[in-house]
Design a protein around this ligand. Structure first.
Ligand code: GUE
Length: 283
């Protein structure tokens, strides 16, 4: 048996077509959704991500502004920029690309973004809302993962979802979103004992640790759905996930590739959140 590949790239293209229509409807009502992206520093990988975000906005008709500021910017100056964007009526989403230089507090930056414009879903208010089942911006990578699973009509309710990784931006919230879908959720992390015993009991296995080949076929139950969230550069400079693709493919029923898997869906959900934010202001 060989797994069916869930193409995030194809699903993203399809969603972006739908979103383009939604944006047209909003524009007819005099509302153009706007996203502001701030990148601190000139890290090439970060530059390529933020440019991909700007391109995706353009494709869907969303107004986007990219502000690349030097690493020497002070925390105070950066917070001022965010406050200005909080007040700007043509901006409905604000994203400050992480990670930030050491002299700038990520916590302060995230908490300065208005929860109503926090399209990343990183603000503690949005996290709290999500955890208590209220209306909130869902964090983009976790929301994209749920979309990918649902796109194949894979049942989630009652299934055992195992999340490997417990970061604030992927691991923890993706488990929460699966819990909201009535799954039984287990988290594995660096202190977990007998990880293989746990991962091989997963119906849906989400791997978000940031280490090449962290999970191979021996850690996967036959027929499981495997979601690879990793974005690593291997020794040859190639983009690879956390899952050893070839051995996983022989065990899994569905598998997401890297590149072309979760990444493109992350960007798509960012656009989705920006549209939602703008739509709240019409009617
Ligand atoms: N405030 C903030 N929000 C983020 O959402 C955020 C961030 N900071 N910092 C960095 C990470 C990383 N991230 C990615 C998004 C898309 C791809 C993506 O689309 N990747 C393509 C390939 C890109 C390539 O070839 O380099 C793919 O997987 O097919 C990757 C990585 C968002 N992040």
């Amino acid at each position: 048996m060989s797994a069916t590949i869930i193409s995030g790239k194809e699903l993203a293209a399809q969603k972006r077509l739908e979103m383009k229509k939604e944006v047209e409807v909003l524009k007819e009502k005099g509302m153009t959704p706007g996203l502001a992206v701030i990148l601190v520093g000139e890290d090439p990988a970060s530059q390529s991500y933020v440019k991909a975000k700007a391109r995706a906005c353009e494709e869907t008709g969303i107004h986007s502004e990219l502000d690349i500021v030097p690493t020497s910017i002070s925390e105070e100056e950066l917070l001022k920029k965010i406050e200005d964007l909080n007040m700007a009526s043509h901006i409905h989403g604000i994203l400050v690309q992480l990670p930030l230089p050491d002299h700038i507090s990520e916590k302060k930056v995230v908490e300065t973004i208005s929860p109503d414009k926090d399209v990343d879903g990183f603000h503690p208010i949005n996290i709290g809302r999500m955890m208590t089942g209220q209306d909130a911006f869902s964090p983009c990578t976790p929301a994209g993962i749920i979309e990918m699973v649902k796109s194949k009509s894979i049942e989630i309710e009652g299934k055992h979802v195992v999340v490997v990784g417990r970061s604030n931006i992927v691991g923890k919230p993706v488990g929460q979103l699966f819990l909201n879908e009535n799954a039984t959720v287990t988290y594995c992390h660096s202190r977990t004992k007998n990880m293989q015993e746990i991962t091989t009991s997963a119906d849906i296995l989400v791997v978000a640790v940031g280490r090449e080949n962290f999970i191979n076929g021996d850690y996967i139950k036959k027929g499981a759905v495997v979601i690879d969230v990793g974005v690593n550069r291997n020794s040859a400079g190639k983009l690879v996930g956390d899952v050893e693709f070839e051995t996983a493919k022989e065990k899994a029923s569905y598998l997401t590739p890297v590149p072309g898997g979760v990444g493109p869906m992350t960007i798509t959900m960012l656009l989705h959140n920006t549209i939602i934010s703008a739509r709240r202001l019409v009617n």
